[in-house]
Design a protein around this ligand. Structure first.
Ligand code: SF4
Ligand code: SF4
Length: 440
């Protein structure tokens, strides 16, 4: 059998740890009594609130709009009353402006009717995606309507759907592919229509045979001469789901440093973002809930939950029966690229894919030591960077010199730190270097 496709440089094979939740169907979490919805959910400008204290809102109503700059509107995940316009804790920033809604727990869930997207022009489909507040839900939260409208100077010929889900523990995209495969393929066709192209490849790591099977069937059923959708199984190697690595794997094209995928004729969307595009274009449903994997030995009942944006970690923990005595660390996101959090007072955003409650034996807390110049970090880096040099320059107080070692090309995948025998916190050094070099 021919070997499976993957990217050519670096990469690692961390334990997958997906067995805790892979077979658990998505479960609707009970709506909490209160939601805290952060106004800055995406890359770009945060929303300006369109509601005031004591206003009544229905599910799907507008909460905020971007007045100036890059962004998308924000919607209410529930019916209820605006309690406050204040500040919330945020996993990556100290605190951020937010809207708190007191939920009307008696209100029925809003029903959405299907419409025929094929009768809608591509300009109007794009408007629907923007109006529904869709952003890339699998990563940084880039506004989707911008990605769907690449500059005419970069003609696009291929759409890639990212179903790799290479981070350990996370099974949210996997469940989405098992449970909403027809909608994802329909979403792919909507994107193809907007882009004016006909070729879509869905990349899925080979450790998800069920997802490959059902997505292949859905692609075969949903494809037409006008829209050709296919599935490509990929070798299991982290970070296979990173945009640049996925593009190189599937097309052989290398995205230049600091360029967007459209520079090589490609647009990439995550499978869950594609489902959100379907919801926007077919149902007119805004993006205000998420499938989130809650996993690790530190939570009593791991699960894949459909959660309203703005739900706090404390509500999730209570819903799942509490934490276990073994809990040692909480991470929002995956263990490779996520952020440790120290409070349960943090709300879920549109980009939260997982929250991990890890026990002591699931994390490596051994102390770090001096670099022994083994070169393993260089071999593991999928971008061909020199993480050891970046770290050494930060330690020596010269973070401004790290640009020549490619610090701004680093997307913080964590491969270098994972393989380092001296347990050096290379990603933390890199984040520090970026911050200081930017300030300079
Ligand atoms: S892997 Fe660690 S010890 Fe080896 S060269 Fe890189 S930083 Fe140094
Ligand atoms: S974190 Fe950055 S430097 Fe380290 S392996 Fe990933 S891309 Fe390379």
């Amino acid at each position: 059998m021919a070997s499976l496709l993957t990217f050519p440089k670096g990469g690692i094979h961390p334990p997958e740890a997906k067995e805790l939740t892979a077979d658990l169907a998505v479960e609707e979490m009970v709506v909490p009594a209160e939601l805290e919805i952060v106004l800055g959910q995406h890359i770009g400008a945060p929303c300006t609130p369109t509601v005031a204290k004591k206003d009544a809102v229905s599910e799907g109503d507008l909460l905020g709009e971007v007045v100036k700059g890059l962004g998308v509107p924000l919607h209410s995940p529930v019916a209820g009353t605006i309690k406050t316009l204040g500040m919330s804790a945020h996993p990556m920033r100290v605190s951020v402006p937010s809207v708190t809604i007191k939920t009307d727990l008696e209100a029925p869930a809003r029903k959405y009717q299907k419409s025929d997207w094929q009768k809608v022009s591509k300009e109007d489909l794009l408007k629907k995606v923007h109006a529904a507040g869709v952003i890339g839900v699998g990563g940084a939260g880039f506004p989707t309507h911008v990605k769907l409208n690449p500059p005419p100077s970069n003609p696009v010929d291929t759409l890639i759907l990212n179903g790799a889900e290479c981070e350990p523990y996370i099974t949210a995209d996997y469940r989405q592919m098992l449970e909403a495969n027809a909608e994802i393929v329909e979403g792919a066709k909507i994107i193809l229509k907007i882009l004016g192209i006909n070729k879509c490849i869905i990349g899925i790591e080979n450790n998800k045979p069920e997802a490959i099977k059902v997505m292949t069937e859905a692609a075969a059923t949903g494809s037409t001469t006008e829209f050709q959708v296919s599935v490509q199984p990929l070798q299991v190697k982290y970070p296979q789901g990173s945009e640049k690595q996925l593009i190189q794997t599937l097309t052989g094209r290398k995205v230049p440093a600091f360029a967007l995928p459209s520079a090589v004729g490609v647009v990439v969307h995550n499978v869950s973002t594609t489902k959100a595009i379907y919801d926007a274009a077919v149902l007119g449903k805004p993006l205000y809930e998420k499938i989130v994997t809650i996993s690790g030995k530190g939570i009593k009942r791991p699960a894949n939950l459909r959660i309203k944006v703005g739900t706090k970690l404390s509500d999730i923990v209570a819903y799942l029966g509490g934490v276990t005595p073994e809990l040692s660390k909480i991470i929002m996101g995956g263990p490779m690229m996520g952020f440790a959090v120290s409070s349960l007072d943090i709300p879920i955003t549109k980009t939260t894919s997982s929250v991990l409650f890890l026990a002591g034996d699931e994390i490596d807390s051994s102390p770090h030591s001096q670099c022994i110049r083994c070169g393993w970090c260089l071999e593991a880096c999928p971008m061909g960077l020199e993480p050891k040099e970046i770290a050494l320059h930060v330690e020596a107080g010269r973070p401004e010199d790290t640009g020549r070692f490619g610090v701004f090309e680093c997307f913080e995948c964590g491969c270098c730190a994972y393989v380092c025998p001296a347990k050096r916190p290379l990603v933390q050094f890199i984040r520090l270097a970026k911050m200081k070099a930017k300030n300079e």
